[in-house]
Write a protein that binds this ligand. Structure first.
Ligand code: ACO
Length: 400
């Protein structure tokens, strides 16, 4: 294989590529995207088929180990994860030191980083047994941390995981169960959430996954790398867009501004306002995930008995934008974040939990990339070049 970094060192050539629009930082066998055609496949399987037929853990296995699991493999994987859901009681106290107003994404990333302090065996990425154990710990504990971040923000007591339940049902109970009350799982909500999580499980070298890989390339453990990925996801141009979309829709509705007028403000770039949930670095066609989410939004809201005028507003926005030259010329279509928030809201999640749900969805992808990178003999520490444009050498004149 050609090692471009050696080649460029030898020839003295370097490229300047803001935002890495044209630069591949790695080879990967995990996810395929064709942005012009709107195609997304995990390990070769079309996202539409996985979303329809599989479960979150089945897809997690597929992403991490490369093939679909057998029934026995999946059952054992599920069982192992169920046995690691408990958080250390001391870690539970960590949440008390944070204000209840803390954004759940900040809570999630800091508690994930804090897991390192409990698992010393995570510091040896070359030990496959330890890597495996800490992969399982993350899959098991991140949803519990996420639910505690939620409970903390609404001032309710933390529940212990109920390991008689499936991964998604356990998560729902941890979020919406209240002490001493019997929590009844709503199968519509459970299946809808499972589908949404599957749609988020991987998306090749996006900003958060690249962050996980970059941090991991230094030899940092899975907890530190994934905590960094969560922070990258938090930004409104990335995973934070799902929260931003709902805030945008609510603002339009509250202000009484017409959708047409809002779109005009976006086109005129007034105050830098963007149509959140639209546009993508890779998709120059309809995001296949957004297509699936849009299809299920109506169905899920109907089945949950929720009518939300914000869904009508989102559809009106999409219709107007897709007809408009500005969006057509720039090939801007709805991305995965455009309709997810409306569904999460109907399920009862507060807006500030939306990106946390994205993070739980994306975790298997982050883990798969971290592991793929560790096992690739060509991996090097990530270290971009720069073009220096500052002052030439000059003498220090003293402070005068
Ligand atoms: N609303 C209005 N205009 C937009 C939007 C938008 N949502 N997205 C891009 N544009 C415009 C840009 O202003 C630019 O116009 P110009 O050529 O007149 O300057 C042109 O389209 C190209 O946009 P770039 O910002 O260069 O595209 P890039 O690939 O760098 O950015 C991004 C992609 C960040 C996703 C962008 O489309 C965006 O900010 N969208 C809104 C935020 C969002 O929804 N993010 C979620 C992405 S999906 C995910 O991370 C899960």
């Amino acid at each position: 294989a050609i090692d471009i970094s050696t080649l460029s060192r030898q020839t003295g050539h370097t490229t300047l590529d803001y935002g890495f629009v044209n630069t591949s930082a790695t080879k990967s066998a995990i996810t395929f995207i064709d942005g012009d055609q709107g195609i997304l496949r995990y390990r070769g399987y079309p996202i539409e088929q996985l979303a329809e037929n599989s479960t979150y853990l089945e897809v997690a296995w597929l992403l991490i180990y490369g093939e679909l699991p057998t029934e026995t493999e999946l059952a054992e994987f599920d069982e192992r994860i169920r046995h690691h859901t408990l958080l250390h009681e001391d870690l539970k106290r960590f949440f008390s030191s944070l204000p209840y107003t803390a954004h759940p994404m900040s809570v999630l990333s800091s508690a994930t980083a804090a897991l390192s302090t409990y698992y010393e065996d995570s510091f040896d990425p070359s030990n496959p047994e330890h890597v495996e154990l800490n992969t399982i710990r993350l899959l098991a504990k991140l949803p519990v941390i996420a639910a505690y971040a939620h409970k903390k923000s609404v001032g309710q007591a933390f529940l212990y995981p109920d390991n008689s339940l499936s991964f998604v049902d356990n998560f729902l109970k941890l979020n919406f169960g209240v002490l001493s009350e019997l929590y009844e799982i709503n199968p519509v909500m459970s299946r809808a959430l499972e589908r949404l999580l599957i749609l988020h499980e991987d998306h090749e070298q996006n900003a958060s996954t690249s962050t996980v890989r970059l941090v991991g390339s230094t030899g940092a453990n899975q907890f530190s790398s994934i905590s960094a990925g969560i922070n990258a996801l938090y930004g409104p141009l990335h995973g934070g867009a799902n929260e931003a979309v709902l805030n945008m829709l609510a603002q339009i509705r509250e202000s009484g501004e017409s959708v047409q007028r809002f779109v005009e403000r976006v086109k005129n770039k007034e105050d830098g306002v963007k149509l959140m949930g639209f546009g993508h670095r890779v998709y120059k066609n309809y995001d296949p995930r957004a297509k699936l989410v849009k299809e299920s939004a109506d169905e899920v809201l109907r089945e949950l008995g929720v009518h939300d005028p914000l869904l009508d507003l989102a559809k009106e926005l999409e219709e107007i934008a897709l007809e408009d030259d500005y969006f057509q010329e720039r090939r801007l279509y709805p991305n995965v974040d455009f309709y997810t928030g409306v569904i999460y809201k109907a399920m009862g999640f507060p807006t500030r939990m939306f990106t946390v749900l994205f993070a739980i969805g994306r975790l298997p992808g982050w883990l798969a990339h971290w592991r793929e990178m560790q096992s690739d003999p060509q991996t090097k520490i990530g270290r971009p070049q720069q073009l220096y444009v500052g002052a030439p050498e000059r003498n220090y004149p003293g402070i005068g």
